[in-house]
Design a protein around this ligand. Structure first.
Ligand SMILES: *Cc1c(COP(=O)(O)O)cnc(C)c1O
Length: 383
């Protein structure tokens, strides 16, 4: 296969390159997709069932339910726990909008807790002060593939009798104290969007749980609110995973541990390349965690200038996410302005994610690092 058919692409080191992964799994995936097409069974078939079994074994959980997206997994997790109007859900504003959108979809209110600056995840020391009689759940996000501090979160949840829903959309395979994320709380939610560590070739998601009743509720909700066909007990949705997507995921799942391992090696190499460089803060890991580096995110001053310079010099750096959720128009009704979540707001202005995917080469990483260091130096000289 040829890469960089045009010059611009040739010079650009992208944040992620899905085409390269296709070289590993393409042939096998193509065979499996053709098998599905020939089978005539396109929805909720064998591949769904087998993938649910295979991924629950991989994660170490009793039940997995395939869904159409990570957003649906979050939404249906809340529905399954009967969280809705009048309820509050404690979460972070330093995440992708789907996290809080799902809370609003069910009519509940997101209550934001500031982040810990070192991990970008919810600051566990600030959760308890936000608990009210309306609080029903804590919804931590394992952002950039870094596990949130689950022992502390579970301790608070038990003490206050709260549910825990884990947003694992960026963190498949990540571990906290030797246990995979998603298995600590009541329900774990995953996304198979193409750019995630385990991505399919369309949309896909998953909810996992050890609770049989919750599993059955999610199964009913994903298929119009009924466990038996044409018997509808409540309002559900259509959130089934295509057989084609399930077949592709089954091909990819055996590779995920190696892909995550490679990401960790690339992160370590970036750390080495940036070592001792003034003005560049590299990511930190909590002790006892296995971070899967969905993103490799540094902190720099003059971030917007550096981001622009990098784009011009062929480095596909990205900002995840440029506006914290409490300042988004969609959540304005919560009445939170600037200055309410200080670490969230401060870090939103510093973070910069660099090219990171299993297949990135050492040479590309060296080019990325060299260019970042140049840009940082140039902006410091200007100041
Ligand atoms: C991707 C993502 C989602 C949503 O997943 P979709 O499959 O795109 O719906 C939710 N939360 C986080 C943190 C994500 O990164």
């Amino acid at each position: 296969m040829e890469y960089g058919e045009n010059k611009k692409e040739e010079r650009m080191i992208p944040i992620i390159d899905s085409k390269r992964q296709y070289e590993t799994i393409g042939k096998e995936a193509e065979e499996k997709v053709i098998e599905v097409m020939r089978s005539g069974q396109y929805i909720l078939g064998t591949n769904n069932k087998m993938f649910e079994e295979e991924i629950s074994k991989y994660i170490g959980v009793k039940y997995a339910v395939c869904l159409n997206s990570g957003t649906d997994a979050l939404h249906l997790a809340l529905r399954a726990l009967r969280i809705g109007k009048g309820d509050e859900v404690i979460t972070t504003a330093f995440t992708f909008v789907a996290t809080t959108e799902s809370i609003e979809i069910v009519g509940a209110t997101p209550v934001f807790v500031d982040i810990d600056e070192n991990t970008f995840n919810i600051d566990v020391n600030k959760i308890e002060e936000k608990i009210t009689p309306k609080t029903k759940a804590i919804l931590p996000v394992h952002l950039y593939g870094q596990p949130a501090q689950m022992d502390k979160i579970m301790e608070i949840a038990k003490k206050h009798n709260l549910y825990v829903i884990e947003d694992c959309c960026q963190a498949i395979g990540a571990q906290y104290k030797g246990q995979k994320v998603g298995t600590f709380g009541d329900i774990g939610c995953y996304s198979f969007y193409p750019t995630k560590n385990l991505g399919t070739m369309g949309d896909g998601g998953l909810a996992i749980t050890n609770n049989e009743e919750l599993k059955n509720r999610i199964i009913a909700l994903r298929n119009h609110g009924g466990a038996i066909r044409y018997h509808h007990d409540e309002i559900g949705v259509n959130s089934r995973l295509d057989e084609i997507q399930a077949a592709i995921l089954r091909v990819k799942l055996p590779y995920i541990d190696n892909w995550n391992k490679l990401r960790r090696e690339h992160a370590a190499y970036y750390n080495e390349l940036f070592k001792g460089q003034e003005g560049i803060e590299t990511p930190k890991e909590l002790i006892d965690t296995y971070c899967v580096y969905h993103q490799y995110t540094i902190k720099v001053k003059n971030r917007d200038t550096i981001h622009k310079m990098l784009q011009e010099r062929g480095i596909g750096a990205m900002i995840y996410y440029p506006i914290p959720l409490h300042l988004q128009k969609v959540h304005r009704h919560l009445g939170l302005g600037e200055g309410t979540l200080l670490n969230t707001e401060k870090n939103t202005k510093l973070v910069l994610s660099l090219p990171m995917f299993a297949e990135i080469t050492k040479q590309e990483q060296e080019t990325v690092a060299k260019t970042v260091i140049e840009c940082v130096k140039e902006t410091m000289a200007l100041a």
